[in-house]
Each structure stands twice: as structure tokens, then as C-alpha cells.
Write a protein that binds this ligand. Structure first.
Ligand SMILES: Nc1ncnc2c1ncn2[C@@H]1O[C@H](COP(=O)(O)OP(=O)(O)OP(=O)(O)O)[C@@H](O)[C@H]1O
Ligand SMILES: [Mg+2]
Length: 370
């Protein structure tokens, strides 16, 4: 178990600047998830930590030791690759034992280690089989077993569940989380799936075009995003972004979304916006913070809308409507709306909205007390 410290790391492929000055400190034992769109540099960063790519500048330290010039095999890192490959002519046992043998682990230690890892991953009944005799999920477990059987300082996972169907993915996600709880190892896990990031991470590092956009605990990023990009990336369906103008009237601050649609902002949370009165802002509302009118909670701003699309999911129903010119999604109770074309009364929880400066897309009010 070791901490990882990265300073101003840059990586180029020819002219392509892929990692653009990453600073990152990961405490020992933490489960960190690197998340971001395809092509933002997640795998490159992970491969550079592992030593499979050379850093063009900056430093990487593990447990206080600079490793930039240390060969991958001497960095004491175990990695599960995006496209993991098992040795087809070796049994599951031998595949898992491979890294131990390569490191000259005494023979009598290998069997118990492989068996313990296999038991943890529920593949102990498959040790004599060959990879071609396994399902996709079983193969993926073997690949994970091969990495965790080693007593490495740092564990790196690059989208290890990408080849699985949705149900198996959910299961394996739970198993990986349990694995981390049992082993207490420092783990870095790459995914472009924001749900996976939210459910697994102690800390999410959200990357965008080779840089860190924001990092923090999952709920911290979800509830207090620093930028429109983070607000829109986390959450499904995505946050609604609605252009509005900030006004002040007799009852306090409000947002004009369209002629006749004005939403009052609770003074306790948005008082500091007073000096922006008259300016354009972007209102950010999560679909789950819009509901049928009727609850008597304070700071619920009423709106009347024409439902254009109804999408039941079973437990909840997503509806689409226009708020001003913006197509907006709300997550309602299953039976709140029957069909498109209905005109209904909704309410927006203004205690939970965020406000964004449209000129730089930074969040200027995120619902914390002003
Ligand atoms: N070996 C390579 N040579 C040249 N360019 C590369 C190489 N590997 C990656 N790239 C480029 O670097 C950028 C970042 O790639 P990377 O694989 O790190 O992205 P990623 O965030 O892991 O994406 P994904 O979610 O699709 O796996 C991409 O533009 C990619 O085309
Ligand atoms: Mg990748």
C-alpha cells in the first residue's frame, strides 16, 4: 500500500499533447476513479503511471520515491488492461499464478495465494479450465485475479468491466468495491461511465482534454460542481441548462426564463448574486429536482408546462417540456403523467439549483449557503 504523487505531468504522442500538466496526490489506501470522455487521456495517464509510457515532463512518485526512470516491472504496480489478454494455453490457475512465478515467488506460497484470490472472485471452481472454456465475466475475473494476487503497492484498472453486459457489470462493480474494502490497497480505476465512477470512488478525478476539470468525493462533485462541464457530466439524465436573466423585484432576486416565467431565488442561498442583477446567467436544474406541484415545501418555484414526451422507466417517469426555449427533462413519479400533450403544474426546487456564468461556464452559485 502506497501513496502516489504526480506533479505537472505532460505527455505527447508526436504533436498530440495528450496529458497537459496533471497534478494529483492520492493517499495510500484510497480508491480513485479517473473518469472522462473517450480520448481525454485516461489510459495514457494510467499507462504513464505504470511506466508503459514515458513522461515527457513532470514527476511521478510512489511512496515518496520518484519512479520516472524506474522500469515498469520494478515499480511494483499491478494493472488490469482495457484489452486484457489471458494466455490461452494456460489454465486459469497458471494465468493467475503467472505474475507470481515471474517474480520468483517460492512455489509453496503460490498455491495458497492463487486459491485465496480465486475464492474472493468466486472462480475457485474454474482453476483447471482454459480461457476458451470461460464466459466473458469469468475471463474478466481471471484478469482481475491475476492482478490482485500480487502484493503490489499500487493497483491500476483500465475499464476492466467494459466487455460485460449490464447485469454482470453491476455485479462485478460490487465485487471490485468489496475487493478494495478487503485489501485496503491504493487503487486507480479508469472508466468513462459516470455511474461506475460515482458508485466505486472514494474520490473522482474528472478529466477533460488532458487536464483535471475537478476532483473530490462523488457527492461533492455531484452537488457542488465547479463548472458546467462537471455539472453536465455527472447525473443521468443530465442536468438541464436554461438561459435566464437575473432580476430583482419587491420580493427579492428572481430569474426570468421567458416572458411570464419568473423563478424566485431563495435569499439565504443566492444573496451574493445581488451584484449580478441584470446579467445573463445559466440556470442548472437536475431532472430529479422538478416535481409535481403540491408539496408545500418552501422555495419551490411553480411552472406550468406542456408535456411533449413521456418516457416511463418503471419506478420513475421522465418527461420533456419547454421552459422558455429550452427543452427540459423532469424525473417524476411513475404515474404523475399519462401522455404527451398534457398541461401540468410542476415545481422546481430552487434550493437545489445552480447558477453558471455563461461567459466562462464556471458555477457562480451552487446552492451552498451564501
Ligand atoms: N500510442 C499512441 N500513439 C498516438 N496517439 C495515441 C496513442 N495512444 C493514445 N493516443 C491518443 O491520445 C489521446 C488520448 O488517448 P487515451 O487512450 O489516453 O484516451 P482515453 O481517455 O483512455 O479514452 P477511452 O475512454 O476511449 O479509452 C487520443 O487522442 C488518442 O488517439
Ligand atoms: Mg482508455
Amino acid at each position: 500500500m502506497a501513496d502516489l504523487h504526480i506533479e505537472t505531468l505532460h505527455k505527447y504522442y508526436g504533436d498530440n499533447h495528450v496529458v497537459k500538466g496533471i497534478d494529483l496526490s492520492i493517499p495510500a489506501g484510497e480508491f480513485t476513479v479517473l473518469v472522462g470522455q473517450s480520448g481525454c487521456g485516461k489510459s495514457t495517464l494510467l499507462r504513464t503511471i505504470a511506466g508503459l509510457e514515458y513522461a515527457d515532463s513532470g514527476s511521478i512518485s510512489i511512496a515518496g520515491q520518484r519512479v520516472n526512470d524506474i522500469a515498469p516491472k520494478d515499480r511494483d504496480i499491478a494493472m488490469v488492461f482495457q484489452n486484457y489478454a489471458l494466455y490461452p494455453y494456460m489454465t486459469v490457475f497458471e494465468n493467475i499464478a503467472f505474475g507470481l512465478r515471474a517474480r520468483k515467488t517460492p512455489a509453496q506460497e503460490i498455491t495458497p495465494k492463487v486459491q485465496a484470490a480465486a475464492k474472493m472472485l468466486a472462480i475457485n471452481h474454474l482453476l483447471d479450465r482454459y480461457p476458451r472454456q470461460l464466459s466473458g465475466g469469468q475471463l474478466q475475473r481471471v484478469a482481475i485475479g491475476r492482478a490482485v494476487v500480487r502484493n503490489a503497492r499500487l493497483y491500476l484498472f483500465d475499464e476492466p468491466l467494459s466487455n460485460l453486459d449490464a447485469q454482470l457489470r453491476d455485479e462485478m462493480r460490487g465485487e471490485i468495491k468489496r475487493l478494495h474494502q478487503e485489501l485496503g490497497k491504493t487503487m486507480i480505476y479508469v472508466t468513462h461511465d459516470q455511474i461506475e465512477a460515482m458508485t466505486l470512488a472514494d474520490r473522482i478525478v474528472l478529466m477533460r482534454e488532458g487536464r483535471i476539470e475537478q476532483q473530490g468525493a462523488p457527492l461533492e462533485l455531484f452537488e457542488h460542481p465547479a463548472t458546467k462541464y462537471v455539472a453536465g457530466f455527472l447525473g443521468s439524465p443530465s442536468m438541464n441548462f436554461i438561459p435566464a436573466q437575473l432580476h430583482s423585484d419587491a420580493s427579492g432576486l428572481c430569474l426570468n426564463v421567458a416572458p411570464g416565467i419568473s423563478l424566485a431565488l431563495p435569499a439565504a442561498r443566492f444573496g451574493h448574486m445581488q451584484d449580478r442583477v441584470g446579467s445573463q446567467v445559466m440556470l442548472g436544474v437536475r431532472p430529479e429536482h422538478i416535481q409535481r406541484q403540491g408539496s408545500e415545501r418552501p422555495a419551490m418555484a411553480p411552472v406550468h408546462v406542456d408535456i411533449e414526451l413521456v418516457q416511463p422507466t418503471g419506478s420513475r417517469t421522465f418527461v420533456e417540456f419547454k421552459l422558455g426555449d429550452s427543452t427540459t427533462v423532469a424525473e417524476l413519479q411513475a404515474h404523475d403523467v399519462q401522455r404527451s400533450g398534457e398541461r401540468i403544474a410542476l415545481a422546481i426546487d430552487m434550493n437545489r439549483v445552480i447558477l453558471i456564468d455563461p461567459s466562462n461556464e464556471r458555477v457562480i452559485a451552487n446552492g451552498r449557503q451564501a
